[in-house]
Write a protein of this length. Structure first.
Length: 281
C-alpha cells in the first residue's frame, strides 16, 4: 500500500522554534538550506556541519547561522545530507546531538531506516527520503518513509523541510525506495541522456552542432513544462502530437517497436532497482 501526500508544497517554516542541525551542505544539502531560508526559516535556528563551507554559507553565518560548532548540543532536528559512504565514520559522533525527541531526516541514498536506528538512540524518530537533482532549483520530487517513532507532528515537520525542494510523496513500505531511486533518483540522468542522443541525431541528420544542442535542450525543457502544467497524462500528450502517417509517427515506429525505448527503459530501471538493493545498508 502506498500512501502519498498529493503534490505537497512547503507552506513555510517561520514558526519553527527548535534547533536544526544540517550535516553536509553540498549540492543537495545546500539547496535544501536555501529553500528553508527562502520559506522563512530563521538562520539563527540552524547549525551546519560542513568542512568546506561555501560563500553563501559563510554569508548566512553573518546572519546568525552557526557553522561547525566545537561542542554538541541538543538538536530538535538533524538532517543528514552527507554522502552515504561517509555515514559509518560520521554518524557515531552525531549521536551526541540526538535526544529522545530528536527528529532524524536522512537524504542519504541506500542507507536504510534500520541502519540509522542502530546509529542513533533507540527511540529516535527517523525519516528516510530520496530527493532528486531538480531539488537544486526547487523543482525536485522527494519520496519519504518514516519509522514507527515518527508522530503526526514530526511527519508534518519533515514534510515541510523536504517540500522546500519540491513535491513530496510518502510511502509506507521502505522497500519501494529502491524503485523510487531507479525512477526519480536516477531519472534526471535518463532525461539528460535523451537530450544528448537527440542532439547527436540532429547533427547526424545535418544540423550544426550548436543548433542541434539548442533544439534538443529547449524541446525537452518545454515538453517537460507542458507535461507539468497539463492535466493530460504523458500518453495522451504523445498521441496529440502524433499525426497518422506523419513524421512523428514514423519516428515512434522505431522508438516504440521491438527493442525500443519502452523495453530499454524497463530494463534500465530494473537494473537500477537491483543495484539500489545491493547498496542498501
Amino acid at each position: 500500500m502506498v500512501k502519498a501526500s498529493s503534490k505537497t508544497k512547503a507552506k513555510g517554516l517561520k514558526d519553527f522554534r527548535g534547533k536544526l542541525l544540517l550535516v553536509g551542505a553540498g549540492k543537495m544539502g545546500g539547496a535544501m538550506l536555501e529553500g528553508w531560508i527562502a520559506r522563512g526559516l530563521d538562520p539563527k535556528t540552524v547549525t551546519v556541519l560542513e568542512p568546506q563551507p561555501s560563500k553563501g554559507l559563510s554569508g548566512l553565518a553573518r546572519r546568525g547561522l552557526a557553522l561547525n560548532p566545537e561542542k554538541p548540543f541538543a538538536a530538535s532536528v538533524i538532517v543528514l545530507g552527507i554522502k552515504p559512504q561517509m555515514a559509518p565514520e560520521l554518524l557515531p559522533g552525531l549521536s551526541a546531538y540526538a535526544g529522545k525527541s530528536t527528529l532524524i531526516v536522512s537524504i542519504m541514498a541506500g542507507r536504510t531506516l534500520g541502519f540509522m536506528e542502530r546509529e542513533f538512540p533507540k527511540s529516535s524518530a527517523v525519516v528516510r527520503a530520496m530527493p532528486n537533482l531538480p531539488a537544486s532549483i526547487g523543482r525536485g520530487i522527494t519520496v519519504a518513509v518514516a519509522n514507527a517513532n515518527v508522530t503526526k507532528q514530526k511527519r508534518e515537520l519533515a514534510g515541510e523541510l523536504l517540500a522546500a525542494a519540491g513535491t513530496v510523496e510518502w510511502v509506507e513500505q521502505e522497500k519501494l525506495l529502491d524503485a523510487v531511486t531507479a525512477v526519480s533518483g536516477s531519472g534526471p540522468a535518463y532525461v539528460f541522456l535523451l537530450a544528448e542522443a537527440l542532439a547527436a541525431a540532429g547533427v547526424a541528420s545535418g544540423l550544426p552542432k550548436e543548433l542541434a544542442e539548442r533544439l534538443a535542450r529547449e524541446t525537452i525543457a518545454g515538453s517537460g513544462e507542458l507535461l507539468n502544467r497539463s492535466p493530460l497524462d504523458a500518453a495522451t500528450l504523445r498521441q496529440n502530437v502524433t499525426s497518422p502517417g506523419g513524421t512523428t509517427a514514423a519516428a515512434l515506429q522505431v522508438l516504440m517497436g521491438p527493442g525500443g525505448i519502452e523495453t530499454l527503459m524497463a530494463t534500465a530501471v530494473a537494473m537500477a532497482t537491483r543495484r539500489s538493493k545491493e547498496l542498501a545498508r
